[in-house]
Design a protein around this ligand. Structure first.
Ligand code: HEC
Length: 162
């Protein structure tokens, strides 16, 4: 006495079994591939250093840009000139004391006050009205401006306000 309703669950089971077999063999193939890859790499590299490419998301270490002029007083005057020439002073005020844009002389920073933070603010731009300069100025000049900004309120500041 077999009806459709009797056989249906059986067919279902067979399908599940078939699927499991497929998954198992796929896993076997993947494992085999993985093995090959390790063999090719000589097994020398642990998997954690195997980078595939750019990965989105904040939880990864980005390389920190370093100022090639760090502590170099000879670029300060040029940094100040660039600051005025590209009209940073138009928004941030002469001597960067603040205007339509925030003061860059005080000790508070919205986006961080390290050299690499300031470099990032200038190159990328910031959402509330700070233009991005990365495609307009050479990195070299941006670093000189960063060096100038870091010199503000220090004895090294060129042409300080009086
Ligand atoms: C059109 C006006 C304008 C110009 C021109 C401009 N800025 Fe800005 N800048 C702003 C504004 C507004 C902000 C604040 C943005 C925000 O809060 O998101 C800002 C933010 C910044 C910050 C981040 C400050 C912080 O507290 O973290 C830095 C650094 C900076 N500007 C540097 C510069 C430099 C250097 C130049 C010239 C190459 C420049 N800006 C040109 C308007 C300007």
């Amino acid at each position: 006495m077999s009806s459709r309703s009797d056989r249906a669950p059986m067919r279902g089971r067979l399908t599940v079994a078939a699927c499991l077999t497929l998954v198992a063999s796929a896993a076997a193939v993947l494992t085999a591939c993985d093995k090959n890859r390790t063999d090719v790499a000589g097994g020398a590299q642990p998997a954690s250093t195997f980078y595939i490419g750019p990965q989105p998301g904040p939880d990864r270490a980005l390389p920190v840009a370093e100022n090639p002029y760090h502590g170099d007083r000879t670029v300060l005057a040029e940094g100040r000139q660039l600051f005025n020439k590209f009209n940073c002073s138009g928004c941030h005020g002469d001597h960067a004391g603040g205007g339509m844009g925030p003061s860059l002389r005080d000790s508070s920073w919205y986006y961080g006050g390290s050299e690499s933070d300031i470099f990032a603010s200038i190159t990328e731009g910031r959402q509330h009205g700070m233009p991005a300069w990365g495609s307009k100025l050479p990195r070299d000049q941006i670093w000189k401006i960063v060096t100038y900004i870091k010199s503000l309120r220090t004895p090294d500041e060129p042409d300080p306000p009086r």
